[in-house]
Design a protein around this ligand. Structure first.
Ligand code: HEM
Length: 306
């Protein structure tokens, strides 16, 4: 037997000994294991069976699939965030490299938004959207998790209540004051819409755990744990600012412009499927959602999203 094969068997023995397993049984199993194929590994059959239209309009498929592509990229982003945030002491090199990955994914979402904006016939959109009411991308849980994992919770609090707000005092109260609550609450009575009530019914518990978990390990906290000199590195600062701007201005404006095009493509009722006061709610200059405010000048903060 070749020395390299012997060596591998010794390594396998070592591995299985540690978990009280018999190497021979596992080798026997290998004899009968099915060789892997692309479709089994990538799960193409499952993946390509998830596009179910509610109408007969062909452009609804574009809408469903582009949202699914977004959710897959959100998952890739969260995956990388987890690698950085759960690393007790990430090196500057590791932090920078992973931030690069996260940014590239969000750049992809931003630069591809025209697929949505120019890729559907407004006449078709206006028909199939009626079957989606009252659902909205607002109810994307991964999008909220990306926010929680990016910054301190205070930066996500509705700007009207942000000054002096203590996010650690009560996570349920903090959740209640997130900037996005404004999209689902009656401005005068504070009553929650069905969109928001259902969203919270499904995800509130998960969000509360996630918020607490990332309160001491979000991207900003990890950045602040890097050696002080590295925190001043111009390239790293530029990368942090790029991520902040891409998520909170460029993507938001791409999304806003697409929404505007479709919702306003007919005269009359310009209500969104989720029912928010969307024209105001969705603009960065009103939301003032900024992940890393310390990395922007006073002037830049003042003109955020202008
Ligand atoms: C024609 C396409 C689209 C239109 C017309 C549209 C419209 C809207 C509107 C009006 C809102 C505000 C809440 C509401 O009342 O519904 C919203 C929120 C949202 N949408 Fe979309 N959207 C579109 C595509 C997308 C895509 C492709 C995604 C990707 C997942 C997405 C994700 C979101 C998210 C995350 C929010 C919440 C944003 C926030 O809280 O700032 N949307 N959308």
């Amino acid at each position: 037997m070749q020395d390299t094969i012997k060596e591998k068997i010794e390594q396998l023995n070592e591995k299985f000994d540690k978990i009280n397993q018999n190497t021979e049984t596992h080798l026997e199993g290998l004899l009968w294991a099915k060789p892997i194929t692309y479709w089994d590994y990538i799960q193409t059959d499952a993946l390509l069976n998830l596009q179910i239209q509610r109408t007969t309009l062909p452009d609804e498929m574009v809408f469903i699939m582009y949202h699914q592509v977004n959710e897959l990229l959100f998952k890739m982003i969260l995956w990388e965030m987890q690698q950085v945030c759960y690393n007790e002491a990430p090196s500057t090199e590791f932090f920078t490299e992973r931030l690069g990955r996260i940014s590239r994914y969000f750049d992809m979402l931003t630069t591809s938004f025209d697929i949505m904006k120019d890729g559907m016939e407004p006449e078709q959109y206006l028909k199939f959207r009626n079957t989606l009411t009252p659902a909205s991308g607002f109810q994307s849980a991964q999008y909220r998790m990306i926010e929680f994992a990016s910054t301190d919770l205070i930066n996500l609090i509705d700007i009207r209540y942000r000054a002096g707000f203590d996010t650690a005092a009560s996570y349920p109260n903090t959740l209640e004051h997130m900037y996005w609550q404004a999209a689902g609450k009656d401005y005068y009575t504070g009553e929650k819409s069905y969109l928001l009530t259902e969203f919270e019914r499904k995800y509130k518990k998960e969000f509360l755990c996630f918020m607490e978990d990332y309160s001491d390990k979000n991207l900003w906290k990890k950045f602040k744990q890097l050696p002080e000199n590295d925190q001043k590195n111009p390239e790293l600062i530029a990368a942090m600012r790029h991520y902040d701007k891409t998520v909170n201005i460029t993507w938001v404006m791409g999304h806003f412009n697409a929404a505007k095009k479709y919702i306003e493509s007919v005269p009359g009722n310009h209500e969104a499927t989720g029912g928010s006061d969307w024209k105001k709610y969705m603009l960065p200059k009103y939301q003032r959602r900024i992940f890393f405010p310390e990395l922007w000048s006073e002037e830049e903060l003042k003109n955020w999203g202008e």
